[in-house]
Design a protein around this ligand. Sequence first.
Ligand code: SF4
Length: 391
Amino acid sequence: MLSAGINKKGVANIMNHEQEKQPEQQLEREARIDAGVYANLSEEEETIITPVRGEEEPVPPEKPDPEVLVEAVDVRQYFQVKKSRGRKALVKAVDGVSFAIRRGETFGLVGESGCGKSTLGKTFLRLTPLTGGQVLFNGEDISHIKGKALKRFRCRAQMIFQDPSSCLNPRRRIEDIMAEPYKIHRLYDKNERADKVRELCDMVGLSRNYLKRYPHEMSGGQKQRVGIARALALRPQLIVCDEPVSALDVSIQAQVINLLQDLQQKLGLTYLFISHNLSVVKHCCQRIGVMYLGRLVEIAPAGRIYGHALHPYTNALISAIPAVEGSGTERTLLKGDLPSPSAVPPGCPFHTRCPHAMDICRQYRPELKEEEAGHFVACHLYNHQTEEDNE
Ligand code: SF4
């Protein structure tokens, strides 16, 4: 079972206690579940998917760091999927992720499609119930809040979606779409809402002439500005930006990124910026986390990730950034495809594609450890673990 220790910077190290000491039977069962090949889970195994509240949840730090706005502590998000012949498989979309985002920071989350970035972003907003772990917002556990408390939380955390066309109701005018958060939360009367909507237009650089139009009458960049305005309507503290520019033209991407940065300066926003485009993340994030198969494999300040990445997977991602011909940048080509998240390889999940894989990598999962100040990596090349450590 994974748990997390919190260091002074509010960033947690993942510990794998079950790998240290476990009865043989338990290890066998875990191995079957890790391989995603078990059929018809017993009641006991079901509790692994949905832990009993209060039994397995880690204890939050006693005094929350006032600099930290939101923190994931051993967050797990598992889904059951049906396979052929009534068999079930467990997809571990997010598996024991711990990190903290400071107030006013832009934290980038990168990785291949299907690595769990968007699922993790949704857990920060409580859009999906957690399988395990905790999300702390302003030091308060929001993992199980419901009803009015959840509605209040929605005012403080919002999302900007990837596809601006599919996140706007095509039957409604832009003014109605932008006023919807005020209606849902019963804020202001009709005239005040109209004033607020016009203010939002000015804030995101959208002409007020568009307010009477429908989404299909606007360009992709204009629609994304509407999406940003709607996310800002309730003056949130945290915005999860889920690939906010990947559906836009390159010239529009720069405009939207600059707009997000200006708004952050003016309103003191905190962003979780999810992207598979490392060039974009480099431009706008202070710290970056790299995900692989539902786990964080490296966390570091942006300058260190691009200058001195430690994890072989991060280096492969960076080497894939298009470069000018003749710049001397060497490509690291990874072997094979991303394994299925329902059949995560044992040991280091990256060992099937890693050019530096060793015997220990196939047996023991490396922990996320601080290799240098503020630079965390989960790799046996750096963690110097011995077999005795893992017994
Ligand atoms: Fe490669 Fe081993 Fe490091 Fe995993 S732990 S990234 S397999 S060297």
